[in-house]
Design a protein around this ligand. Structure first.
Ligand code: NCD
Ligand code: ZN
Length: 347
């Protein structure tokens, strides 16, 4: 066993997949993300979704408006791909300089995905424009076919949709978001510089037993849903190997307590309050702390063609107890690890 260092200094990281929501929820969660990360890729699944550059610009302004004084944070905006997204909108997004990717939600796959894509062939003209101008496609990689078992939806998506898409658009940059399976690890590992993946803290810390330990754990429910231990282990192993095309994306997705603790609870885990600390725990358990900086701070910027951050942060091996909740009323959120310890502290 390599002894765990008492502290770890790394370049300030970025979060390549986060849900910041809007209004009161935005004000509640944004300080947590901005405290840790210099930049974050902000997902567009608001109601209504962010489908135009003008909407992305307005949303970006609201985020900056909600930023507490003294915090320096750059929101990297995304558009929500619909079957009606014109090629011209892609060119405008690219020209704006504030949009870094376009998000593909298969219709019905997850929270607020009803405006998403029912058949990938219906967006081929838009994808053509994205490939030509160098706009990455950010993918929620799950089929929605009700005949496919929910635990198999990512693997089936890779075969049915992702691999054909890669053949048809070999020069379109794609990020397979929040990967959860061995199949996804292998697909991205076998890919080239046009294919990357984000990994959440929950998918390397927990397996699907966490959904049912001692009862139904709604706060461990997210999409793609947690998988078997061997999948968690495969994801952690590829991160421990230092592979350069896997990077940090928390998928921190806050929902009010009542929306989670209900007969039909929403999918989404809030992790922004302790994101980096949770990743550090997972990497420490795998004796891979030496790979944390590249995963958190270097691989993402390289994939997106941006410079890494020039400032540094320090993590100390010192436990703290996560609060029972953050926010109040409709912003009352139960965070990952609520009322339990996290073994690293961000100073
Ligand atoms: C996300 C949300 O709540 O917006 N939920 C989730 O479980 N991850 C949507 C998503 O990224 O799938
Ligand atoms: Zn997400």
């Amino acid at each position: 066993m390599t002894p765990t260092p008492l502290s770890l200094t790394l370049r300030r990281p970025d979060d390549w997949h986060v849900h910041l929501r809007d209004d009161a929820m935005l004000a509640t969660v944004l300080p947590h993300t901005a405290r840790q990360f210099a930049r974050a890729v902000v997902m567009p699944n608001l109601r209504p979704p962010i489908t135009t550059t003008a909407q992305a610009q307005a949303y970006r302004a609201r985020i900056l408006q909600a930023l507490p004084a003294g915090l320096c944070f750059e929101p990297l905006m995304t558009l929500y791909l619909t079957e009606a997204t014109p090629a011209a909108e892609i060119l405008q997004a690219k020209a704006s300089g504030i949009v870094v990717g376009v998000k593909l939600y298969p219709a019905g796959a997850t929270t607020h995905s009803d405006a998403g894509v029912t058949d990938i062939r219906r967006v081929y003209a838009t994808l053509e424009a994205m490939q030509s101008c160098g706009m990455p496609l950010l993918i929620h990689g799950e089929v929605t076919d009700p005949a496919v078992d929910i635990f198999d939806r990512e693997a089936v998506f890779i075969d049915r949709v992702l691999l054909p898409l890669r053949r048809d658009f070999p020069a379109l940059k794609m990020v397979l978001e929040h990967i959860t399976t061995e199949a996804a690890v292998q697909c991205v590992r076998d890919g080239d510089d046009y294919l990357g993946a984000t990994v959440t803290p929950q998918h390397i810390l927990l397996n699907r037993n966490a959904l049912f330990s001692g009862g139904l754990r709604v706060h461990h429910y997210c999409l793609p849903v947690l998988k078997r231990e061997r999948h968690r282990a495969a994801i952690m192993a590829v991160l421990a190997s230092g592979h350069p095309r896997f990077f940090l994306g928390t998928d921190s997705a806050p929902h009010g307590r009542h929306a989670k603790e209900s007969a039909c609870g929403c999918a989404g885990i809030f992790s922004a309050h302790a994101a980096l600390e949770l990743y550090a725990e997972a990497f420490a358990s795998a004796e891979a702390l030496a790979q944390l900086e590249a995963f958190a701070s270097l691989n993402g910027p390289r994939f997106y063609g941006l410079a890494p951050n020039e400032t540094y942060i320090t993590l100390r091996a010192q436990p703290w107890t996560v609060p029972h909740h953050y926010g109040q009323d409709e912003t009352h959120i139960i965070p990952l690890r609520a009322a339990e310890e996290v073994s690293w502290t961000l100073s």
